[in-house]
Design a protein around this ligand. Sequence first.
Ligand code: SF4
Ligand code: SF4
Length: 100
Amino acid sequence: MAVVNPEFLQTLALSGQDAGAECFNCGTCAAICPLVDGHFPRKMIRYAQIGAEQRILENALELWKCLHCGLCTRTCPRGANPGEVILALKRHVVAAWRER
Ligand code: SF4
Ligand code: SF4
C-alpha cells in the first residue's frame, strides 16, 4: 500500500527542487518528452507532489532514463520545472539508497 506524505516536497527541496507543487497534472511534459514512455515524467512529478515516496523508490530506475533535454521544463505551463524535479528526485533516491 502506498503511503502519502504531503510534507515530501519540503524534503525534496533539500535535494534542490520543490516546484512540483505547481503541477496541475496537465500531461504536457509527458506528451513532449522524447522518451514517450509510461507518462514520464508526469507520473513521477505526481508521486513527488503527493509524497508517494515508496512508489518513487520502486520506480527509481525510470528516473535514470531522463535525457535532461529540458523540453518538459520549457513547455510546462505552470513553471513546475519537471526536469529539475526529476534531477532532485535522483539526488533524493541516491541518498535513500546510501542509507540502506
Ligand atoms: S507540464 Fe507541468 S503542469 Fe503539466 S503535468 Fe507536467 S509538470 Fe505538471
Ligand atoms: S528533461 Fe527528461 S523528462 Fe524532461 S523532456 Fe527531457 S527526457 Fe523527458
